[in-house]
Design a protein around this ligand. Structure first.
Ligand code: BG6
Length: 640
């Protein structure tokens, strides 16, 4: 058994040190670094011997820098209230120097200021150099730092590098080489902010400390793994950066492969940083590299068109976003299937998916076990964000005199167990870097291998521009082909719903929590292209449908339109309630994202929730008597 530190041991303040931020007048400092430093200060995890020395191109004095940060922290602090006393403690430790990156003298002045401040606060011998700058300046800034003697400083020194780390395998190798010319590997700390997330770190803790899953953690018991990172935001103000980047470089190559490594690696024999990082790199080396001929069958790309934002307001198409090429071939969505060719996982796919301007924000890892006779597969769901939880989707006996099964969830929610305040994820990374612990940073071999994994996809896509962009509307589940990627393998994406999503439909807004829970576990996603028939007049089938996104039309005899079905509405309940053939054909007139409630689940739910039953019947009877196949039954279920 691994020696895992016991709970109850308080974390000690980090070692005394100076944090030098290159590019300190930029966004990263105010949005992420200062809030993280304040959180650390509030938790007494920064030592008395600590100071920040910022250098940037903006002409400012230390006083200006302090007052700018003082104003910005009100906007970007992550805790409910700014602790004024702790802020003043931190603010008095902020220093600033203006300088251009091509000015060697500025780096000499920086060096002198760092020495002076370090002596003043008693932090000599532990220097963190944080490159909060575009990678275009890495080579130049490293040369300047070296020339100013930073690489020769006495004591510990570390260089912290932000992503993007390269734009492809060749440039990543080039960047690594230029860093390694000045700094040995152990002094290079490459940030992937996902590793700072509690729920991502918990992947390793979960596997290490809960041995009951260990015997099941292989392709013999697990059917497949899905890792989805979905965002509702578009590219916002970052069009220029994003259009050169795309989602594979922005999310898959780093954040998603990091999570995959934690889920799939062999468990390390110790928590020693090198051992953990070796295990992750070994896993990536076992990931099968695609040939260009594999890409079309294993990967799907997408780019968003006009649609809706999460709040219902209009969203512009990606190609109309500021600083984006109106003919851009950049992907804002990608789904890819990977294989790990080692003894543990041979034959079992891992699906990665990420995109911008999607229907919901949520990062989830789903481990789908192989089904056993008589019941669907069990799922183990890691809710990474915004919900922080681990959940097992399983079966339980229904209360009552007969032996019957029902879907159920067994869930551990962070909010129920911990009072810990939410951070930016940078707290743990800064704390680790000050303490000289590189576990949560990406090593050269990991970064280069992750580029090797995505490079065939990038090459194939840049050589064959997409003919169908934009191929998904903003605010939807993504391109239809992504569903096809799994359907062809006899699987489906699990769209993890939550009560907040269901409550967007007025019908569910007032529904009791227990009914929502039943629905969350029972609904399954169905994505359709425009023109597809969901139900066909006269057919006998046994499902009802909720419209998440899109528009459908109900057609009677001879194709006459009986009315529209829109977002937030449902249809198909009559055939299920009254056991009758479909009275109308319902056809998608735009691409549609539907949630399907299969007949047996629907009947069970209306049996268990008489108020829901009454409401469904009232609507269904109303439709029948009005001789309408479909109306707009967006009514609230009364709370019992
Ligand atoms: C960044 C990407 O690395 O991660 C952004 O550059 C993305 O495009 C962000 O939005 C997502 O991070 P989080 O923590 O919000 O999931």
């Amino acid at each position: 058994m691994l020696d895992i530190p016991a709970a109850g041991q308080p974390a000690h303040p980090a070692a005394p040190g100076i944090l030098v931020i290159l590019g300190a007048s930029g966004d990263l400092t105010k949005r992420l670094l200062m809030p993280a430093l304040l959180n650390l200060a509030c938790d007494r995890l920064l030592p008395e011997g600590f100071a920040v020395v910022g250098m940037g191109r903006d002409l400012m004095t230390t006083e200006d820098f302090r007052s700018r940060q003082r104003a910005d922290i009100r906007t970007f602090a992550t805790r409910a209230r700014v602790d004024e006393e702790r802020w003043m403690w931190l603010e008095s430790r902020l220093h600033y120097l203006s300088g251009e990156f091509d000015d060697a003298a500025a780096f000499l002045r920086l060096r002198a200021l760092v020495d002076e401040v370090a002596a003043e606060v008693g932090a000599t011998g532990n220097t963190l150099l944080y490159l909060a700058i575009s990678p275009d300046f890495f080579t130049l800034v490293n040369r300047q730092l070296d020339a100013a003697g930073f690489t020769q400083m006495p004591g510990a020194k570390r260089i912290i590098v932000e992503k993007p780390f390269g734009k492809d395998l060749t440039s990543a190798r080039g960047l690594n080489q230029s860093l390694l010319e000045h700094w040995p590997e152990e002094e290079i700390y490459r940030i992937d902010h996902y590793l700072g997330k509690e729920t991502v770190q918990n992947l390793l803790a979960f596997r290490l400390a809960n041995g009951m899953f260990a015997p099941l953690w292989n392709a013999q018991h697990i059917d497949h793994i899905q890792i989805s990172a979905m965002e509702t935001v578009g590219v916002e103000t970052r069009g220029g950066y994003y259009d050169r980047t795309g989602v594979v470089r922005d999310m898959l190559q780093n954040h998603l492969l990091q999570m995959m490594a934690y889920v799939c690696m062999e468990l390390p024999e110790s928590l020693d940083p090198a051992t953990v990082r070796d295990a992750k790199s070994t896993l990536l080396r076992s990931v099968r590299l695609m040939e260009s001929g594999d890409v079309a069958g294993a990967c799907v790309r997408g780019q968003y068109g006009a649609g809706k934002k999460a709040d219902g307001s209009a969203a512009v198409a990606y190609r109309e976003e500021p600083a984006v090429d109106p003919q851009s071939n950049t992907e804002t969505f990608a789904a890819i299937r990977l294989h790990v060719d080692n003894d543990r996982w041979r034959g079992m796919p891992v699906y990665l998916r990420s995109g911008k301007s999607l229907w919901k924000r949520g990062t989830e890892i789903i481990v789908q076990f192989r089904p056993t006779a008589g019941a669907d597969a069990n799922l183990l769901v890691f809710h990474i964000q915004p919900f922080q939880a681990v959940e097992i989707r399983m079966y339980a006996k229904r209360p009552g005199p007969t032996f019957a099964l029902q879907r159920a969830g067994m869930r551990f929610d962070y909010a129920d167990s911990f009072e810990a305040a939410r951070g930016t994820g940078y707290e743990v990374l800064l704390y680790s870097a000050l303490s000289g612990d590189p576990t949560l940073f990406s090593r050269t071999d990991f970064v280069e291998r992750s580029w090797e994994i995505v490079q065939p996809v990038l090459d194939f896509w840049s050589a064959t521009p997409a003919a169908d962009y934009p191929n998904y509307a903003a605010g939807t589940w993504g391109p239809l082909a992504a569903a096809g990627l799994l359907t062809r393998d006899g699987r489906c994406w699990h769209e993890i719903l939550n009560a907040a999503v269901l409550s967007q439909s007025a019908f569910f807004a007032a529904a009791p929590a227990v009914l929502l829970n039943n629905l969350l576990l029972a609904l399954r996603p169905l994505a359709l292209e425009a023109g597809a028939d969901v139900v066909v007049q006269g057919a006998l089938d046994d499902c009802m449908y909720f419209v998440c996104r899109g528009e459908l039309v109900a057609l009677g005899a001879g194709g006459t339109s009986l009315g529209m079905v829109r977002e937030g509405e449902f249809f198909g309940e009559m055939a299920v309630l009254f056991d009758q053939p479909r009275s109308a054909t319902v056809r998608a007139i735009t691409p549609c994202d539907l949630l399907v409630l299969d007949g047996p689940e629907f009947r069970r739910i209306v049996r268990d929730f008489p108020h829901a039953d009454a409401e469904f019947r009232r609507i269904a009877v109303g439709r029948r008597s009005a001789d309408e196949a479909v109306t707009a039954p967006d009514k609230a279920i009364p709370t019992p």
